[in-house]
Write a protein that binds this ligand. Structure first.
Ligand code: BG6
Length: 509
């Protein structure tokens, strides 16, 4: 049997210049630079590498380095010694320019012309407004900064969401990008796929023989996926958010990706194409579970004002900065889907997400059917005082964040003279099993782009299939709210109605 030595991660091997377009934004400071720094201190970045920030603001190399050193100290997951920060920021350069100005790209090409300082493999990270994506990619190509696919030197382009704002614009954006780049050069980021716990859904399902046989319509009653956040419109996000809302911002990408991973068929192998093919099949089979009207399957909400735990007043969505006071954008959405394939036909899938909710949690609960015969009394106890309750189904919970882990709820005999069954939890938690902190999603995803591995990135047809699922909601917004909900709650009450005909309810309420 082959023996594994230390499980050191492997270094990305090909020297690279990483150019961040829109480098003065928040993403660079909070996520990209701390993630690259973490890979640097673990010896995972290639040798040599260079980072170039491209933005309009008035920095030079020295002032940009000072700024990013501060970002590292503030946001780094790993200890940031002075020495490692100095060595890292020495690789950073600044290129002042407007991303919609062709001349700025000619100057960039000139600045990158010394291959000993700037390796010719290039990763362009588009951290810019979506309306600028196509123009930036075109100008990169026209300036001769994009190598042909399959050649000795490579060019890859990373694109942040949103990929369009509906099916039609997503199609247009894909067509525009594919005019200048090959699909293999485009890395569309969905940062949920970079989370350890999200990748573990596939390992859990397909590395164990005991769960997969019961993951289907015969045994599963329904599946619910929640991504709740306590934040509102902090850090000036209002402008972007009001244009998009919860369905476009969270459902179309992160929640549907979770849905794919928990319901897809086992791929034939672990190649990027095999995994993405299976995900696309699920998206193509997913539909809103509408019986008579769209409101049977979709609930939208907006948070009202209220008071926080400390008595502090919390602003309602319509009072937030950069929000249109008459906005009908939703900050909460819940929907009921069905998947029309043999494995899942008839199993409702409920998705829910919102801002200013009761707690921050992302979780997937697979709720199984109750046993066909109830032999035992089910009880719910506080100390020795027990109430008889309805039978509790088994539930498997993937706790994506925080308190990452996987939990199974099951009935067990309560010790004592009577034969009664109580609901208990078997759990696996990351923190109880491994001592190391989990890598940040962006660390993994950036390394994958350097290695050219697109498994955890969304393919063009996958993006379009995601939009196809939510398009009926976008077409019928007016018929579905938004209702309001108090901050610190679990969203609008009507979300409970999505459980019509089912035994269950939201596991967090
Ligand atoms: C982003 C959304 O993609 O994901 C944000 O644009 C949201 O609105 C964020 O807050 C949530 O990410 P996480 O990793 O904190 O669950």
């Amino acid at each position: 049997m082959p023996v594994l030595g230390t499980l050191g991660e492997s270094r990305a091997s090909e020297p690279v210049t990483i150019v961040i377009l829109g480098a003065s934004g928040d993403l660079t400071h909070r996520k990209l630079i701390p993630a690259l720094f973490a890979s640097f201190v673990q010896g995972l970045l290639p040798e040599p590498f260079a980072i170039v920030g491209f933005a309009r603001r008035d920095y030079d190399d020295a002032s940009f380095r000072v700024l990013l050193a501060e970002s590292i100290r503030q946001f780094s997951r790993l200890p940031a010694s002075d020495d490692s920060v100095v060595r890292f920021v020495e690789t950073i350069h600044y290129h002042k320019g407007d991303v919609s100005d062709p001349a700025a790209y000619d100057r960039l090409k000139e600045a990158l012309s010394d291959p000993s300082l700037f390796p010719p493999n290039r990763l362009f990270y588009l951290s810019i407004m979506p309306s600028l994506f196509e123009g930036a990619v075109r100008l990169l190509r026209e300036a001769g900064l994009v190598a042909a696919p399959g050649g000795r030197q490579w060019t890859r382009v990373v694109i942040e969401k949103p990929f369009g704002r509906d099916l039609e614009s997503a199609r247009r954006l894909n067509a525009d990008l594919l005019r200048h780049l090959d699909e293999s050069q485009i890395f569309r980021i969905d940062h949920y796929l970079g989370k350890e716990t999200v990748q573990n859904i596939l390992s859990f399902r397909f590395a164990n023989a005991i769960f997969e046989p019961v993951f289907n319509r015969t045994y599963v009653d329904h599946i619910q996926i929640t991504a709740a956040e306590t934040v509102g419109m902090e850090m000036g996000r209002g402008g972007y958010y009001d244009e998009y809302g919860a369905i476009r911002d969270m459902v179309t990408n992160h929640l549907l990706q979770l849905l794919c991973l928990v319901t897809m068929e086992p791929p034939g192998d672990l190649s990027a194409e095999s995994i993405r093919n299976e995900k696309v099949k699920i998206l193509n089979a997913a539909r809103l579970d509408i019986r008579a009207e769209i409101a049977d399957a979709v609930v939208r909400g907006q948070y009202a004002s209220g008071s926080g735990g400390d008595g502090r007043r919390i602003k309602g969505y319509l009072e937030e900065e950069r929000i249109d006071p008459r906005s009908t954008t939703e900050t909460f959405a819940a929907l009921r889907l069905r998947i029309e394939n043999w494995r899942w036909a008839g199993v409702p899938i409920l998705l829910r997400t919102g801002k200013r909710m009761a707690k921050k949690t992302t979780e997937i609960a697979v709720q199984f059917k109750v046993p066909p015969l109830q032999l035992f009394q089910q009880v719910e106890c506080e100390d020795d005082v027990c109430d008889i309750t309805r039978i509790k189904p088994n539930t498997l919970i993937f706790q994506i964040q925080p308190n990452e882990g996987i939990f199974l709820r099951l009935g067990t005999k309560r010790p004592g003279m009577r034969f009664v069954v109580e609901d208990v939890k078997m759990d696996f938690s990351y923190s109880g099993t491994w001592s190391k902190s989990l890598p940040e999603a962006y660390e993994r995803l950036l390394l994958d782009t350097l290695r050219g591995d697109s498994t955890l990135f969304t393919r063009s047809d996958e993006v379009e299939a995601e939009w196809r699922v939510v398009q009926p909601i976008l077409d019928h917004q007016k018929e579905i709210g938004p209702g309001t909900y108090p901050p610190g709650s679990w969203g609008v009450q009507e979300a409970d109605w999505l459980f019509h005909g089912l035994e269950g309810r939201w596991i967090n309420k």
